[in-house]
Design a binder for this molecule. Structure first.
Ligand code: F6P
Length: 531
């Protein structure tokens, strides 16, 4: 019995036991904006929203997020709520409004200039600005107020996303001890020595220890987190249960690798993908040449310059490829108000120019840089067209591009070149695993990708596809909900449960129980052996 949207729906009903599900994430899943005077909606770039939207569609509930679109205020009701997806609503988006100063200090400042570089070991120095910290605290309080409003009148499970809200769990628990609070940290957790330089390390950890369940992608990040807690705050670490005990609150620390919905990939690809591929090739003058692709937000953790240097090296080592292939880089603009990001964009543009000038001809450019936002549908088309996809993150919690690439390849063709510093590398060893700092190795992997025999592509792709299909986004959410749900079982919430939504079909309940028991058994084994 596999994990599907329907299964997750059932789990949400039985495991939540009538409690309301509230997801909190900085980024909203749907942004309303003005385009030529008309209001349109878009889905933002980035793995978190892509992964969680299908989960919310299956479970229902409320997603609390920063309303960042210029037409967001025009599309909500009097309580800042709007039904989403906008074309067929089945859950609620509650928007929180931030001033420019709050957005500067909290999002661009503390979240993305302090915690982001602190957690990613890519040698970009974090800034430690007390004003940013103040804004971060203020915005965490603001989001807490919105969540408490949403949770009013009954039991609720709050599923907090990411490093934007390290302080939120403890605030929620202080105000509503009966809430079940779980947090998923989508980025790596660094070694304790790296984290301890942060002047607010203790406050951050205190905030996170308000969670009943604290989850990371991989065991290594859980280990780093526990070690950091052990060295920084007074508490008792239960190393057998992998939990932190403190002031009567227990925080279970667990790995749950995030994933994608493989069926969605095929749906997005559609039946007309070959026609669209032909049009795309014509528009970008690609002829019938093989493509290697890279798809990223333009972010210094993604190793974009490193992979471009590898393309340069490939052409130096194998000049026979001149005129014979393209490297197509999609770079979705991201956090562009930050100097580190705009500098990176300039660096990438310059490198592309340099490589194209050095190796290109009048009719052929080795590198094509598409520096704009693309829809999921377009991205899936590119994955399907490419003989290889290059993911060269210098450090990455998971990296969902790797899993998306695999999920579009139901033809069992294509080669994934994957950085060893991604969470995904642990699950997809059949990829060509590379160290992105090693240009020679990357160039050689690109050469292998361009020349790999069909049989070997198939052998590797089959295994990767099976892994992604078994461990899909519904399994991720189902496991997290059921682990957090166990905590609801252990400590029944004080408020009354609305029994109307509890599934009474005992046979499906039995199936679910055995599925969860089997999965939890597996994950517990992995958990202990990872220590
Ligand atoms: O992976 C971390 C993350 O912050 C995700 O939350 C998000 O999907 C992605 O990076 C994009 O970031 P932002 O929301 O800042 O554009």
């Amino acid at each position: 019995m596999g994990w599907s949207k329907q299964r997750l729906e059932e789990i949400a009903k039985t495991r939540l036991g009538g409690a309301k599900l509230i997801v909190v994430a900085n980024r909203e899943p749907y942004i309303h904006r003005y385009s030529d005077g008309e209001i349109e909606w878009i889905r933002p770039a980035g793995g978190l929203t892509t992964a969680l939207d299908p989960v919310m569609q299956a479970c229902g509930g409320t997603w609390v997020a920063h309303g960042s679109g210029d037409a967001d205020r025009e599309t909500v009701d009097g309580t800042s709520r709007v039904g989403v997806p906008p074309d067929d609503p089945n859950y609620t988006l509650r928007r929180v409004w931030l001033t420019k100063e709050q957005e500067d200090g909290y999002y661009y400042g503390f979240a993305n200039s302090t915690l982001w570089p602190l957690c990613h070991q890519v040698y970009t120095r974090p800034s430690f600005d007390p004003a940013h910290w103040e804004a971060y605290r203020e915005v965490n309080e603001l989001f807490a107020a919105a969540v408490l409003e949403e949770a009013r009148g009954g039991p609720a499970m709050v599923f907090v996303q990411d490093y934007h809200f390290a302080l939120l769990p403890a605030i929620l628990k202080r105000e509503r001890p009966d809430l079940v609070v779980a947090q998923f940290w989508h980025i790596p957790w660094p070694h304790p020595e790296t984290f301890r330089v942060c002047p607010w390390a203790r406050e951050i950890l205190n905030g996170m220890l308000g969670n009943d369940l604290m989850s990371f992608h991989i065991q290594y990040h859980c280990n780093n987190f526990l070690e950091t807690v052990d060295r920084t705050v007074e508490c008792r670490i239960d190393r057998e249960r992998f939990a932190v005990e403190r002031n009567g609150q227990s925080t279970s620390v667990q790995p749950h690798p995030i994933s994608v919905d493989p069926e969605l990939a095929i749906e997005y690809l559609g039946n007309d993908w070959e026609k669209r591929a032909g049009e795309f090739r014509k528009r970008h003058r690609l002829g019938g040449r093989p493509l290697l692709v890279g798809v990223d937000r333009v972010d210094y953790t993604k190793g974009i310059p490193e992979r471009l240097r590898a393309v340069d090296r490939l052409l130096e080592l194998h000049p026979e490829w001149k005129g014979q292939f393209h490297f197509l880089q999609v770079g979705a603009p991201s956090r562009t108000h930050l100097v580190a990001y705009s500098d990176l964009n300039d660096e990438v543009e310059m490198l592309v120019e340099k490589i194209n000038w050095k190796h290109g001809t009048r009719n052929w450019k080795p590198v094509i840089f598409l520096n704009e936002h693309h829809t999921q549908k377009d991205l899936f088309l590119l994955y399907r067209m490419a003989v290889g996809c290059v993911v060269s993150s210098l450090h990455d919690g998971m990296n969902l591009v790797a899993k998306e690439y695999v999920s579009t390849r139901d033809d069992e063709r294509g080669v994934l070149v994957l950085s060893e510093f991604t969470g995904a590398a642990r699950e997809l060893p059949e990829a060509l695993i590379v160290n992105p700092f090693n240009v020679e190795q990357m160039a050689s992997a690109m050469q292998t990708a361009l020349t790999m025999p069909e049989e070997e592509q198939r052998r590797r792709m089959k295994k990767m596809r099976a892994q992604v299909e078994d461990n899909n986004i519904y399994r991720w959410a189902g496991m997290l909900l059921s682990e957090a749900g166990k905590l609801v079982d252990a400590e029944p919430p004080k408020a009354e449960v609305d029994t109307a939504v509890v599934d009474s079909d005992s046979s499906s309940e039995w199936d679910l129980e055995s599925l969860i028991a089997r999965e939890v058994g597996l994950s517990t084994a992995g958990f202990l052996s990872g220590m």
